[in-house]
Write a protein that binds this ligand. Sequence first.
Ligand code: FAD
Length: 392
Amino acid sequence: MDAIDTPRIQAFRREVRDFVAGQLPEAIKQRTRQGFHVSKEDMRDWTAILHRQGWSAPHWPTAYGGTDWSPLQRMVFDIELALGWAPAPSPFGLHLIGPVIYTFGTEQQKQRYLPGILDGSQFWCQGYSEPNAGSDLASLRTSARRHGDRYIVNGQKIWTSQAQYADMIFCLVRTDGSGSKQSGISMLLIDMNTPGVTVRPIITQDMSHYVNEVFFEDVEVPADNLIGEENAGWRYAKFLLENERTASAYLPQAKQDMNRLREMIGALEGEHGPLSEDPVLDSQCAELELELAAHEMTIYRILTDNARSPSAAAASMIKIRGARLQQRLSSLWNEVLGVHALPLFTPGADSSYGEPGAAGAMSQFLIRRAVSIYGGTNEIQHSIIAKRGLHL
Ligand SMILES: Cc1cc2nc3c(=O)[nH]c(=O)nc-3n(C[C@H](O)[C@H](O)[C@H](O)COP(=O)(O)OP(=O)(O)OC[C@H]3O[C@@H](n4cnc5c(N)ncnc54)[C@H](O)[C@@H]3O)c2cc1C
């Protein structure tokens, strides 16, 4: 990394670091440090603070409220935020539907939706997966039938993250069942407060409410809420998924985890003395740090090779690597804590006994099993690399 750590980048890094140190509220910082899912309020408040600085969506074009930063600056920015214990913003607006709207949306859609995404006041969720359409997403059956200037939507989505917070859902729906599975899909933007939309929680093994089922019963959606052309939704869906996989490289989170781990090792005593003097643990950390550095360089190379749009195979590759790193880091966090990691604390529960760093450890270990599932499973990413990267 030294070769790219120029004086200009160093100055930029200091500027971002000072901003986070000065602007991130202490209570939000401490909650992020614990490692639980971030609350709606923390995501909203932090996004609003970033927005006031013009930094809530650095990856967007300047015409829509983004920045003209280089890919390296954007990467440094994300890392500095994570290292300062800033919470990750909700990805569904800023990283997923925002770029779809400014790339394929109408002027009216841009004016209506982009400001609320940028300032953090409007929450979105992603209605892709259905009970029998996960990896095989094109098999989705939620239907939208056109009646004059409206669509009538019926069906069900599942695993919808943050649907309980969302004002809007971007949904893949079937508008034509006659051709190939992919050709009859459209993308609709649906107000979650429309009559006929029901959200039912799913409690995951970490005892958190993060994902949901969403049901649509005769939901009326204005035809103006269609993205692009009817039956061309598969194209927008794939554009969004590639952005999702690149955003899911999890580099900032992995760096945050590594810092947490090193801090904890520095503070804890093991059976035979300070953990910081345990050579086995030190080599386990060093191995992860090397992998993390390789991951960082790979992402940097991909971002700079392809400017704003990495290839599908590259996006899949960094998603797999990032997911594995996150899983291994959370495993080591639990190993280091030993028995202290066993209780499953939930956010806000009494965690005043045991090691202070243990509060979110088990919760995070459990939920991290899902990072190699959402956004497309590792097996699906391997198939994309084989087909689109290696042309097998
Ligand atoms: C915590 C969490 C949050 C999520 N958030 C959202 C969200 O916000 N919005 C949303 O739309 N979805 C969301 N998802 C859903 C996620 O995208 C799907 O779970 C994922 O795409 C896998 O689909 P599935 O669960 O139906 O599993 P399946 O597709 O049934 O897969 C089951 C197993 O079979 C394997 N498999 C399937 N097909 C193949 C194949 N062709 N080749 C090789 N192996 C295969 C898979 O790899 C997997 O191991 C979330 C999931 C989780 C766990």
